[in-house]
Ligand binder design. Structure first.
Ligand SMILES: Cc1cc2nc3c(=O)[nH]c(=O)nc-3n(C[C@H](O)[C@H](O)[C@H](O)COP(=O)(O)OP(=O)(O)OC[C@H]3O[C@@H](n4cnc5c(N)ncnc54)[C@H](O)[C@@H]3O)c2cc1C
Ligand SMILES: *[C@@H]1O[C@H](CO)[C@@H](O)[C@H](O)[C@H]1NC(C)=O
Ligand SMILES: *[C@@H]1O[C@H](CO)[C@@H](O)[C@H](O)[C@H]1NC(C)=O
Ligand SMILES: *[C@@H]1O[C@H](CO)[C@@H](O)[C@H](O)[C@H]1NC(C)=O
Ligand SMILES: *[C@@H]1O[C@H](CO)[C@@H](O)[C@H](O)[C@H]1NC(C)=O
Ligand SMILES: *[C@@H]1O[C@H](CO)[C@@H](O)[C@H](O)[C@H]1NC(C)=O
Ligand SMILES: *[C@@H]1O[C@H](CO)[C@@H](O)[C@H](O)[C@H]1NC(C)=O
Ligand SMILES: *[C@@H]1O[C@H](CO)[C@@H](O)[C@H](O)[C@H]1NC(C)=O
Ligand SMILES: *[C@@H]1O[C@H](CO)[C@@H](O)[C@H](O)[C@H]1NC(C)=O
Ligand SMILES: *[C@@H]1O[C@H](CO)[C@@H](O)[C@H](O)[C@H]1NC(C)=O
Length: 644
């Protein structure tokens, strides 16, 4: 600690950074020995035309130039093969490693700790999978070619400058949880921020308009790292449910929901300042006092778009008790519990939806699933499961709160416990959220997912009004579950990050969050995957995708003007991405203004990111193009639209 203080104070700096690794920056000496890494000027007039360069182009850097970049980076440049290359005949082939990979493929840590791998892999183009047929071919596909293993700001600056100056596609990878391939890109240089891990707790932190507890943490910090510090310092802050999710990356920049969403708002709502390397390669601070436009956009305006976050300062809170309990019923008998008939089942589900506003106004979370359940005689039924948790409530208070719901379900003939009998778990937060980690892969229980097809919609308070609106909402969910024949599962989260709960922030979080009562998801885990290989053709996948979108349309029809959570939405298929992910034209234009000001040359690009509409990833086939509801793959060349 003493060393750190001395180190910080002995270095001249205009910028107040959070951590020593941010003091380590690119120097004039670095630039004079490698002109490829010079900083960007304000050359917004010299807009890039055409395509990013790819291997094989004359303009692609030579081996010697990559080696020189590696020198500038002090050896931190990697050229990783896809994980599954060990399953293919050739120099990397290793039968034992391959069979281990096949067994552990759905482990989150496997992909989170790898320089390039991600969890939902379809955007890679499936160019290298843990196959059982070593005679097939493994190519780099949508995976990056080179990776900067960043542990200092200097590494990030060198990588950003090199990619910009040499017109190469740049991507950012953190934990690799993104469902839509936004942390990979074919023919790219990737900045891997996973190893940026510092943390500090500030019992009393003072910013221009905030005094109180705060924490700072580095760009690669994950929820599981945070849980350790929360326990150590007896405090809490907003992190994701999945333990390996990065909490300064996609989570925080696109919103970030948690067990506190109705209580403190979203992760983006509680940010006090952040440090980021922008497209010109400079490290900047964004806060309420500095670079406010950037600060506004970073908090909710989408990840991988405005710069590379190296650290953040966020509000922290006292450790409060949390009470939670679970309710479950099914059309299928289980043990001594009889199944209920289908109509009764859906009446029970609707009673639960009707309770959503009460859960939200108590500052709670209702975390529910509807899943297909085999009945054991060849047919299948449905099971409803919810875990409802309340912050800062004791077990007796919780019992009083949950009583009317349990009594109503029992009156419908549904075998749920008497209020006096419900098991209530009372914990001091930071306790893991209910069903932790979020079991998006019930068939393979782990904090990961392979090839997930997912879509989301924010049902509003108005959808929960008793009578026709509530029935319409309930029916639209029933339609998905019943007519998809088990293809899609339902996952709802009753939460409400109102402006009041969030502390009245002014940020780019989608305004529909402020009036939502339930974030609803339709998803299909392990879609297109048999354990070692993708199943079916790209055409078949496109059709399944279109089918998901038809279900979503019934949700959109009854939620006009609402939105979708970008991180868990159908980035590719959403017909109105500006409205669904960004809150409409006016807000999108404001975000575009920030993007133009800070990244006029399009150094940062992600699917459906702000400003992405000017570009396209070109592939062997055109499925990924705008216009179709296709599967947007990342294994092509990134080009400005209309370029030759
Ligand atoms: C199992 C699981 C559980 C989840 N649980 C939750 C949850 O509880 N709450 C919730 O809100 N969401 C949750 N999510 C969704 C999650 O928030 C998103 O997948 C998010 O994009 C992950 O961000 P990441 O940075 O860890 O992942 P990555 O896939 O590595 O990155 C995602 C995006 O962020 C960009 N990015 C990453 N780091 C940086 C950085 N330092 N600077 C700039 N851009 C960066 C990347 O370029 C990419 O565009 C969950 C997802 C899964 C699969
Ligand atoms: C670049 O110059 C333009 C035109 O003068 C200006 O509007 C813009 O803010 C500048 N951008 C940066 C990052 O300084
Ligand atoms: C970069 O340099 C280090 C250290 O010399 C070396 O181990 C690594 O393989 C190099 N990276 C590449 C891509 O050549
Ligand atoms: C792979 O090819 C070799 C040589 O042609 C052949 O002997 C082997 O059976 C093939 N393996 C598989 C799994 O197809
Ligand atoms: C990345 O860098 C860190 C710190 O130097 C090192 O411990 C780690 O092994 C590197 N990762 C890879 C895959 O090279
Ligand atoms: C942790 O914080 C809570 C709330 O401030 C307090 O009630 C509790 O006593 C603290 N526990 C410890 C071990 O300090
Ligand atoms: C199968 O089980 C379900 C639920 O337990 C029951 O409703 C149904 O009648 C059974 N069907 C047959 C064919 O036995
Ligand atoms: C938690 O509950 C206590 C007792 O009701 C109350 O005094 C306190 O303000 C609450 N804390 C928060 C953060 O709401
Ligand atoms: C209440 O719990 C007791 C003890 O577990 C159990 O015997 C009893 O059947 C339960 N009653 C109801 C109605 O749930
Ligand atoms: C501080 O000011 C900024 C910018 O005006 C605002 O976004 C933020 O919500 C304020 N924070 C608090 C805690 O009031």
């Amino acid at each position: 600690m003493l060393l750190r203080v001395l180190l910080l104070s002995s270095l001249p700096s205009i910028l107040a950074v959070n951590f020593p690794f941010e003091e380590v920056q690119l120097t004039d000496a670095d630039i004079s020995s490698n002109s490829d890494v010079q900083f960007g000027g304000n050359n917004s007039e010299a807009a890039i035309e055409g395509c990013k360069y790819i291997p094989g182009d004359d303009e692609w850097p030579t081996e010697a130039e990559w080696a020189r970049l590696n020198d500038t980076l002090g050896g931190a440049l990697l050229k990783p093969k896809p994980l599954a290359s060990v399953c293919y005949a050739g120099p990397d082939y290793d039968a034992r490693k391959c069979s281990t990979l096949q067994r552990t493929w759905t482990s989150a840590a496997l992909h989170a700790n790898d320089p390039i791998s991600i969890m939902s892999q379809w955007p890679s183009g499936h160019s290298c999978v843990p196959t059982s047929n070593p005679n097939s071919t493994c190519t780099q596909g949508g995976w990056p070619v080179y990776v900067v293993n960043a542990t200092t700001v200097r590494h990030i600056q060198a990588g950003v400058n090199f990619a910009r100056n040499r017109n190469i596609r740049l991507v950012i990878k953190n934990s690799g949880h993104d469902f839509s391939g936004r942390s990979i890109g074919g023919h790219s240089l990737s900045i891997w921020v996973h190893n940026l891990k510092d943390f500090a707790y500030h019992p009393t932190y003072t910013a221009s308009n905030y005094t109180g507890r705060a924490v700072s943490y580095a760009g690669g910090y994950q929820a599981q790292d945070a849980q350790v510090e929360m326990a150590r310092h007896n405090m809490t802050f907003i992190v994701a449910g999945g333990p390996t999710v990065g909490i300064a990356g996609g989570f925080l920049q696109s919103g970030g929901h948690s067990g506190y969403t109705s209580f403190y708002g979203m992760a983006a709502d509680r940010v006090l300042s952040l440090q980021a390397v922008t497209a010109d390669g400079r490290l900047v601070t964004a806060s309420a006092d500095e670079n406010e436009d950037l600060f506004w956009a970073f908090r909710g305006g989408g990840a991988g778009t405005y710069g590379i976050i190296t650290s953040v300062v966020v509000q922290a809170f006292p450790n409060l008790p949390r009470a939670s309990g679970s309710i479950q019923f099914s059309t299928v008998a289980s043990g001594n519990t009889p199944g209920v008939d289908v109509e009764t089942f859906w009446r029970g589900v609707q009673a639960n939806w009707a309770y959503g506003p009460a859960i939200c106004s108590e500052g709670g979370l209702g975390y529910n699933f509807i899943r297909h359940t085999p009945s054991g005689n060849g047919t299948s039924g449905y099971t409803f499961q919810t875990s409802i948790s309340l912050n800062n409530r004791t077990a007796p208070q919780y019992r009083t709160f949950i009583r009317p719901l349990l009594l109503e379900l029992r009156a419908l003939g549904i075998p749920v416990p008497l209020p006096s009998n419900l098991t209530i778990r009372s914990t001091l937060s930071p306790s893991p959220p209910p069903f932790s980690p979020p079991s998006l892969t019930p068939r393979t229980p782990s904090d990961t997912t392979t090839n997930t097809l997912i879509a989301s919609r924010l049902f509003q308070l108005s959808n929960h009004a008793p009578g026709a609106p509530l029935t319409a909402m309930s029916n639209s969910i029933r339609h998905l579950v019943e007519t998809s024949g088990g293809a899609y599962e339902f996952h709802g989260m009753h939460y409400s990050p109102t402006l009041a709960a969030a502390g009245h922030p002014s940020n780019a979080v989608h305004p529909a969050f402020r009036t939502t009562i339930m974030h609803a998801q339709a998803y299909r885990p392990d879609e297109w995957w048999d354990g070692t290989s993708p199943v079916g053709t790209w055409d078949a996948r496109t059709q399944r995708h279109e089918r998901l979108q038809r279900y979503l349309q019934t949700w959109r029809d009854i939620t006009p003007g609402s939105g979708s959570y970008m991180n868990e939405g159908d980035i590719t298929g959403e017909p109105d991405p500006v409205g669904a992910f960004y809150g409409g034209e006016e807000r999108y234009e404001r975000l575009r203004g920030v993007k133009r000001r800070w990244d006029p040359r399009g150094v940062f690009w992600t699917v459906r990111g702000v400003g992405s509409e000017g570009w396209e990833v070109r592939g062997e086939d055109e499925e990924g193009e705008d216009g179709g509801l296709g599967v947007r793959r990342q294994d092509g060349r990134l080009c400005l639209k209309g370029a030759d």
